[in-house]
Design a protein around this ligand. Structure first.
Ligand SMILES: [Zn+2]
Ligand SMILES: [Zn+2]
Length: 403
């Protein structure tokens, strides 16, 4: 680093706090509109891949933001790669040198491409019990804050840092987190290749820069047997419900040999139609989870053996149908985590200590994102001790107000 560059760097550090303050002010100035956006999404809970009203509310929000004379408006792409996904982009041009300087100036650095992710799908029957309306709100808020801070750079007393790179701010609407994994569809479509770093934040029972979200595999298990009169000719039947019960019990026995960090949970979706008909068809749905993809593959093999053994014992045929996408564990990004905590503490956030972290949380398609681009998936407390995926949390997700 040359001496004049060192001076510039220290001046930059001093001014950073001022830009952060401006980012927070911009968010506060938009708080009313952001709250309306969140309440609109909460009021019309929509399931994975069907979030049409949320998609409309969010794209309307960005399209209606006033253009600034120096940096233009948000460019909004509706139904971006998926029917209910969207993309909103805004670009800040960075430092531009005078024509006289142009010949000696080094080539401009490539633009920094930052992405903020919004989720907005709900759960069946209990609405926004995971608070994804708040993920949409804080994703939009963070993007507005960054835009405001960047716009203020040209007016700040020290002027623009020399050779400041251009910045592309992207807000990605990522549907179907609760079921399917919309982010995985967007990864497959190459969307994350256009981003250098991504940010999102999820409502929770605590403030945390990182929680250990684990890998997950979904499987639907179908048993095909043979119907018969359950009283007159039971020996003619092949009982698919027996296979379902055995599969459930096999997994329950397997638990003793499972690592404490593994999770297996499921339901019987179809258990037959009438007690006096030997069930010819049953269907179960299971989620398998483990802290890493390697452990998940071990668990998957053990679980599949349980399902197949139940078929063998009862004489049923079994069909295992994997979910469309496996969710990967979230890779922690130590640098982003450290910076997030340092800045959060300055704003008065009381982060949960690492010792008090629940060893396991859930799973998220952000895990897959963390394998292709650096990012952070933080958690924020919303003033309620209700647990996610409960009706109490649905109520909390619309009553949250900043103190
Ligand atoms: Zn959830
Ligand atoms: Zn969630």
């Amino acid at each position: 680093m040359r001496p004049n560059e060192a001076v510039e760097a220290s001046a930059l550090a001093v001014r950073l706090d001022e830009w952060k303050r401006r980012a927070a002010e911009c968010i506060d100035e938009s708080s009313e509109r952001l709250g309306e956006l969140s309440r609109a999404i909460w009021s019309h809970p929509e399931l994975a891949y069907e979030e049409h009203q949320a998609h409309a509310a969010l794209t309307r929000f960005f399209a209606s933001l006033p253009a600034s004379p120096s940096s233009g408006a948000w460019s909004v792409q509706r139904s971006y790669k998926l029917a209910t996904a969207f993309r909103a982009d805004w670009k800040w041009d960075g430092a531009s040198c005078s024509p006289g300087e142009a010949s000696q100036a080094p080539p401009p650095p490539p633009p920094l491409r930052l992405g903020f992710l919004c989720e907005y799908d709900a759960l069946p029957a209990i609405g926004h019990a995971c608070g994804h309306n708040l993920i949409a709100e804080v994703g939009a808020a963070a993007a507005l804050g960054l835009k405001g801070a960047l716009e203020s750079l040209r007016q700040s007393p020290g002027g623009l840092p020399r050779h400041a790179p251009a910045v592309k701010v992207t807000v990605l609407g990522t549907p179907a987190e609760e079921d399917g994994g919309g982010k995985i569809d967007l990864i497959k479509a190459g969307v994350f290749d256009s981003l250098d770093v991504v940010f999102m934040a999820h409502p929770s029972q605590e403030d945390a820069a990182y929680l250990p979200d684990i890998a997950e595999h979904d499987v639907t298990v179908k048993y095909y047997g043979k119907a018969s009169h359950a009283a007159a000719y039971p020996w003619e039947g092949i009982n698919a419900l027996d296979a379902a019960v055995l599969a459930y019990n096999n997994l329950s026995l397997l638990r003793q040999q499972m690592k404490p960090t593994w999770r297996v949970h499921g339901i019987i979706k179809n258990g037959g139609v009438k007690p006096n008909i030997i069930p010819s068809y049953t269907e179960l749905e299971f989620y398998l989870r483990a802290p890493s993809l390697r452990e998940l593959s071990t668990l998957k093999e053990k679980a599949e053996n349980c399902f197949k053994a139940a078929a063998l014992a009862t004489g049923c045929e079994v069909e295992l149908q994997d979910g469309a996408n496996d969710f990967y564990n979230v890779l922690p990004n130590k640098t982003l985590k450290k910076i997030y905590k340092e800045n959060g503490k300055k704003l008065g956030i009381d982060f949960i200590s690492d010792e008090n972290l629940n060893e396991l949380t859930g799973s998220t398609d952000f895990g897959n994102v963390s394998f292709v681009v650096p990012g952070i998936h933080s958690y924020f407390y919303i003033g309620s001790d209700a647990l996610n995926h409960t009706e109490q949390y649905t109520a909390a997700a619309v009553s949250w107000k900043k103190n």
